[in-house]
Design a binder for this molecule. Structure first.
Ligand SMILES: [Zn+2]
Length: 496
């Protein structure tokens, strides 16, 4: 220890034959004038070097550091310990030469509160390695960017390839929309065409023969139309048509009979008109009123005129009918038939009118169905036309971009390369600026107890510079003069 206290509590330096009292333990101190060490106070008759349990044997390193500060700052008693240095602002600086445990570090930090450590790192220089962050950051940056320069050309080429793929895709998209538009237009025309034949479709539905018309109409569409119609209505019109057909058949039957009668040859007998009949045209039902004439005496004055007496008589002519002619007056019958035809025809007319009414109802329903369909097609066509236009614009844009890329390929590549090296230089400058003066601490062996210190740490490497801890990773290089300057000006805010 350099300072002791006299009776008046004044700090006194050792002098030859000097005696003083220790302020900590009250023990007697004797001034020592060794040949190697500088003069210092030593406890008298005690084995311990120092009564302060925290003090290690004072070395030249200690002494040298203490002497960098004014005498009045040195060996200041705080509680039951003696701080190496206390600045007028109350900051304690402790110089630590040998290894201490993290527990001791914490104890001393808690005791002095506002303190910093100066550690003699020369002693464990071998285990302590400060690495420049600039160097290591630059190395890792260059490592990761080593291949980028080679990849620039590939990157530009792949950009061109992407543009080509995009261009091809747009062409496909355009063709797809175009095809869809054409097909929609075809369907629109077909549908418009079919709509004009709604009446015909309605008629086929009534007739029930729609399957036969698959060339003129799309069966799928007709099925959809039928499904959209009222089933009762379809049944009604089908029945109505059947009724009409039945009536028409009836008329045909009457007409057949009329033309049959009219087709028979006329025969006049005794001023009356008859029709000439074949025996084969006669039956048990109609032989009454038939006049039988013998062919052999047709020219004679008195002709033989007979009738069939009964069924047996009628049948007996079966073998001899060639010798006779058969006559019957069919005027009344003919008149009846014609009247019947007139009557049925008027009925037919009213049934046909009813049928046409039904047909018109169904036909207009079909027309409306088609109108909806056409409206739908038109909407779709409008959308597709807009899409086609948009797609065409995109396609043109893409084509221009692609052309530009292809014609400027080499310029782009060289520009990218220039950019890359400029960026690289800029980034490297940034790294140098960001990590300037910063170092990383590597502990090869133990003695990591200092890592747990809370107070600022300053490592003295034995050279004319120090390292102080900036963060858990970063250490800053600082000259001893700058450090002392900071202490004298009380500028500790950047030491953590
Ligand atoms: Zn003492």
């Amino acid at each position: 220890m350099q300072f002791a206290h006299d009776e008046n509590n004044n700090r006194i330096l050792p002098y030859k034959g000097g005696k003083a009292t220790c302020r900590l333990c009250g023990g007697t101190l004797i001034a020592h004038y060794g040949e190697i060490n500088r003069p210092h106070w030593q406890h008298y008759g005690q084995r311990v070097e120092d009564c302060d349990s925290w003090k290690e044997p004072e070395t030249i390193w200690h002494r040298k550091w203490k002497e960098r500060f004014p005498e009045t700052w040195r060996e200041i008693v705080i509680g039951n310990h003696r701080a190496d240095i206390r600045t007028p602002n109350g900051v304690i600086i402790e110089f630590q030469n040998s290894f201490i445990s993290s527990e001791t570090i914490t104890k001393r930090e808690n005791h002095y509160v506002n303190m910093l450590w100066v550690i003699n790192a020369k002693e464990f220089d071998e285990n302590l390695l400060f690495r420049s962050r600039v160097k290591s950051e630059l190395r890792s940056y260059r490592e990761t960017n080593k291949y980028n320069e080679i990849e620039i050309e590939n990157k530009v080429l792949s950009t061109i390839q992407d543009a080509e793929i995009k261009h091809t895709n747009l062409i496909c998209q355009y063709d797809k929309i175009d095809c869809e538009l054409i097909s929609k237009n075809i369907y629109l025309n077909m549908t418009t065409n079919e709509m004009s034949k709604s009446w015909k479709i309605a008629f086929h539905i009534a007739n029930g023969d729609i399957e036969k018309y698959h060339i003129e109409f799309r069966m799928e569409i007709v099925r959809q139309i039928i499904a959209s119609l009222d089933g009762e209505q379809i049944l009604e019109i089908r029945n109505q048509l059947k009724k009409i057909i039945n009536i028409e058949n009836e008329i045909k039957n009457f007409q057949k009979n009329v033309s049959l009668i009219e087709g028979l040859s006329d025969y006049e007998l005794q001023g009356k008109k008859y029709k000439l009949l074949q025996y084969s045209q006669l039956s048990k039902d109609n032989y009454h009123d038939v006049i039988i004439l013998n062919k052999s005496n047709l020219t004679e004055l008195f002709q033989e005129i007979k009738n069939f007496n009964d069924d047996n008589d009628f049948l007996s002519y079966n073998r001899i009918f060639d010798n006779y002619i058969f006559l019957k007056n069919l005027d009344q019958k003919l008149l009846n038939f014609k009247n019947e035809i007139i009557k049925i025809e008027s009925l037919l007319k009213s049934e046909v009118e009813d049928f046409e009414k039904l047909l018109n109802v169904i036909s207009s329903q079909i027309e409306r169905w088609y109108e909806d369909k056409i409206k739908n097609y038109n909407q779709n066509i409008q959308i597709l036309q807009r899409e086609l236009l948009e797609c065409n614009e995109n396609l043109q844009k893409c084509k221009n971009e692609l052309d530009l890329l292809l014609s400027n390929k080499n310029i782009i590549i060289s520009k990218e390369k220039t950019n890359f090296s400029q960026n690289k230089e800029e980034r490297e400058r940034e790294i140098m600026k960001q990590f300037k003066g910063k170092y990383m601490l590597h502990w090869k062996n133990r003695r990591k107890s200092w890592l747990y210190a809370k107070a600022p740490l300053i490592f003295d490497t034995g050279k004319d510079y120090l390292f102080y801890k900036l963060s858990f990773i970063d250490y800053m290089k600082i000259s001893i003069d700058d450090f002392l300057n900071d202490v004298f000006n009380n500028k500790f805010n950047y030491y953590i």
